[in-house]
Write a protein that binds this ligand. Structure first.
Ligand code: HEM
Ligand SMILES: *[C@@H]1O[C@H](CO)[C@@H](O)[C@H](O)[C@H]1NC(C)=O
Ligand SMILES: *[C@@H]1O[C@H](CO)[C@@H](O)[C@H](O)[C@H]1NC(C)=O
Length: 326
């Protein structure tokens, strides 16, 4: 596995710690670093161990877990609402709206944590720690992630509309969508770098291929996408980063792909159509360590969106259902 140099990683941990400490106080004053130091001192270690094992067994899981964290936080805040399963009392949970992977991985991580301290660590925190650790395993850099989130009781498919940005959005709408969650344009550009790894269903790509090819796509790349995702085809998936780098490695490759017209989504390509976000994307392409620090800071900030804390919500026993059974 390609990793940043250890000197680089050590630097990153420090830089991210400062960036994160500064940012988290604005996003949420109530989350804390080492939140479980007295109630479950092995919590973060158990998450890290389980997450590392999962990604080493299936290297595609890093991308799946990072994306789950984004989808949790943008819809009703980071309250593990994305993890709730369909039930008789809740026939339309969020997870039915969009294809996501990694739910059973989160269940495995939760079980590992329950084995060391039952009933103490929320699913929302487990997902946040697991996303941080996926960044470490798949991206080669790490950072402190505060904890103290509680799990919500509500998960409603309709909440995703107007909460999640769409892949056909232009830059102004994306900046607004992130601003609605307290995130900046810097965060938007930094987090879009997550499209350096993972996979995408053809259905998100074909609108840029048929009936006409989106002119912002490199023509050679567009032809390859048409091969992989034929019009009226059965579906299938394509690699987010066009296999330019290891498709399971989180890196700043997305920004180079943006510059080349070789990204799947308008929401990535459009970053070049505004001078400010274009400059940020170019800077992230040129300075991987600066991008890592921005990514780390933005992950922590995203992890503070509309969190439940204190006595709010609950600590779920399993991540797919509330303790009351919904
Ligand atoms: C800026 C707005 C964003 C839009 C419009 C967007 C849209 C999408 C879409 C449509 C997919 C394909 C899903 C599929 O076919 O299964 C995808 C995949 C992915 N996204 Fe985003 N995304 C955005 C931001 C983010 C953020 C903030 C993150 C995390 C920090 C992220 C991480 C990922 C990852 C890792 C994948 C691959 C998932 C996998 O391999 O299963 N995205 N995104
Ligand atoms: C598109 O990509 C191909 C293959 O990487 C490259 O040879 C070509 O120059 C690119 N086209 C443009 C217009 O940049
Ligand atoms: C990605 O590239 C590697 C190395 O060239 C190759 O073995 C693999 O089949 C490619 N994967 C896809 C999905 O194209």
């Amino acid at each position: 596995m390609a990793m940043a140099t250890s000197a680089c990683q050590a630097l990153l941990v420090l830089m991210a710690a400062f960036a994160a400490a500064a940012l988290v106080s604005t996003a949420s004053a109530t989350l804390q670093y080492d939140f479980y130091s007295s109630t479950c001192p092995k919590a973060e270690e158990a998450v890290r161990y389980a997450t590392t094992k999962i990604i080493s067994d299936d290297p595609t899981m890093g991308a799946a877990i990072v994306r789950l964290f984004f989808h949790d936080c943008f819809v009703r805040g980071c309250d593990a609402s994305i993890l709730l399963d369909q039930s008789n009392s809740n026939p339309q949970p969020e997870k039915l709206a969009i294809p996501l992977r990694g739910f059973s991985a989160v269940d495995t991580i939760k079980a590992a944590v329950e084995a060391v301290c039952p009933g103490v660590v929320s699913c929302a925190d487990i997902l946040a720690y697991a996303a941080r650790d996926s960044t470490m395993v798949s991206g080669g850099f790490s950072f402190p992630m505060p904890g103290g989130r509680r799990d919500g009781a509500v998960s409603n498919l309709n909440d995703i509309f107007g909460s999640l940005p769409a892949p056909n959005m232009q830059v102004q709408a994306l900046v607004q969508s992130f601003a609605n969650k307290g995130l900046s344009a810097v965060d938007l550009v930094a987090l879009s770098g997550a499209h350096s790894f993972g996979v995408t269903h053809c259905s998100f790509v074909t609108p840029r291929l048929y009936p006409a090819v989106d002119p912002t796509l490199n023509a050679t790349y567009a032809a390859a996408l048409q091969q992989a995702c034929p019009q009226g085809g059965a579906g299938g998936t394509v690699l987010n980063n066009n296999n330019v780098t290891d498709p399971n490695k989180l890196s700043n490759q997305d920004y180079r792909n943006v510059a080349a017209g070789e990204v799947l989504f308008t929401s990535d390509q459009t970053l070049t159509s505004d001078a400010t976000t274009n400059q940020m994307a170019q800077d992230n392409a040129a300075n991987p360590v600066a991008w890592m620090a921005r990514f780390a800071g933005a992950m922590v900030k995203m992890g503070g969106i509309q969190v439940l804390t204190g006595n709010q919500g609950e600590i779920r026993r399993v991540c797919g259902a509330t303790n009351g059974g919904t």
